[in-house]
Design a protein around this ligand. Structure first.
Ligand SMILES: CC(C)(COP(=O)(O)OP(=O)(O)OC[C@H]1O[C@@H](n2cnc3c(N)ncnc32)[C@H](O)[C@@H]1OP(=O)(O)O)[C@@H](O)C(=O)NCCC(=O)NCCS
Length: 287
């Protein structure tokens, strides 16, 4: 049974001012604090949370919408967290119901941990796929990749936005235009003057995350990953769609080991829009 006062606490919209409280909540659940990522999501997306009368947050989550502002094509839900001391009292369900209802008829997608999955299933989400989280120190191959890559410039932005919309299936301008500030590096792959892929790497608490990773084919994805890895000594992390078996096998051989997996779940659509064959890794599993 829920503690009566918990069920009465209001759900409010979060802002970037709540960043420290969100990071505290991550830490409370044994997750890294991920302040850089929280800062990005609380700016590019919309956070929802419940204040603890004793200080801090009881629960939080973030929804990032894509497509037209007033009529989004898709909402991605992430960072769903309930403080350990308030777990299993219906708070997660209440927060998620609120968010699903606030999103109306907008199709929703998320990456679920094994903890979150039963809750999402109760709310009508269906598992449609899986992503494998890989982590480790990357060892490059002995030979240079055949696909040419380079650091992106401001002139590439329009081509990157066009490619991203084609592959993701919705306009992500508000997210992609934040990448140059959020990411350490943004690289593009080029073939005959045409951009055939792009990828970014950004610093998380303990790892350097590679994502988004969008590429014409596996070889292009490999070249982008290799070029980004060359600029860091930190362990890499990336979340690869399991349908990309060849990239997964290659990344394993290069030192990136599977450490966890998440279920891709959708609500209101049979599967995420766009072209999965060119979508190798998300910016973060939370957006
Ligand atoms: C997942 C999480 C948000 C659930 O929040 P919560 O407030 O504890 O969940 P609720 O009490 O609303 O429970 C909703 C349902 O989720 C499932 N559930 C929640 N915690 C569970 C657990 N520890 N083991 C198994 N099922 C669980 C149950 O089906 C539960 O329904 P029931 O109690 O009627 O059986 C919370 O456990 C959490 O913060 N976990 C760590 C972070 C995480 O993995 N987040 C999910 C990201 S996708």
């Amino acid at each position: 049974m829920p503690t009566p006062f918990l069920a009465a606490l209001p759900i409010r919209r979060l802002s970037p001012r709540d960043l420290a409280a969100c990071a505290d909540l991550s830490e409370d659940r044994g997750w890294p604090r991920e302040e850089h990522k929280w800062g990005f999501l609380l700016t590019a997306g919309q956070g929802y949370g419940i204040d603890d009368p004793h200080g801090g947050l009881v629960a939080a989550c973030v929804v990032t919408t894509y497509g037209p502002y007033d009529r989004p094509d898709l909402g991605a839900i992430g960072m769903v967290l309930v403080a350990e001391r308030h777990a299993r009292q219906g708070i997660g369900r209440r927060l998620m119901r609120h968010v699903v209802s606030a999103m109306g008829s907008t199709p929703l997608a998320l990456h679920a941990t094994p903890y979150g999955r039963p809750l999402y299933e109760q709310l009508g989400f269906k598992a449609t796929g899986r992503a494998e989280m890989l982590q480790g120190h990357f060892t490059p191959e002995g030979r240079e990749p055949r696909v040419a890559t380079r650091a992106a410039t401001a002139e590439d932005l329009i081509a990157i936005l066009r490619l991203d919309e084609e592959v993701f299936g919705a306009d992500r301008t508000h997210l992609i235009t934040r990448l140059p500030a959020f990411a350490d590096r943004l690289h593009v792959a080029e073939d005959d003057g045409r951009i055939t892929g792009y990828a970014a790497t950004w610093p998380n608490t303990d790892t350097q995350v590679v994502g988004p990773l969008i590429a014409h084919d596996t070889e292009t994805a490999q070249a982008l990953l290799t070029s980004l890895a060359a600029h860091t000594t930190r362990p890499l992390r990336t979340d690869i769609d399991v349908r990309h078996e060849n990239l997964l096998a290659w990344a394993n051989d290069r030192g990136l080991a599977p450490v966890a997996s998440s279920a891709v779940m959708t609500h209101g659509i049979p599967e995420p829009p766009g072209d999965w064959t060119r979508r190798f890794a998300p910016l973060t599993v939370a957006a």
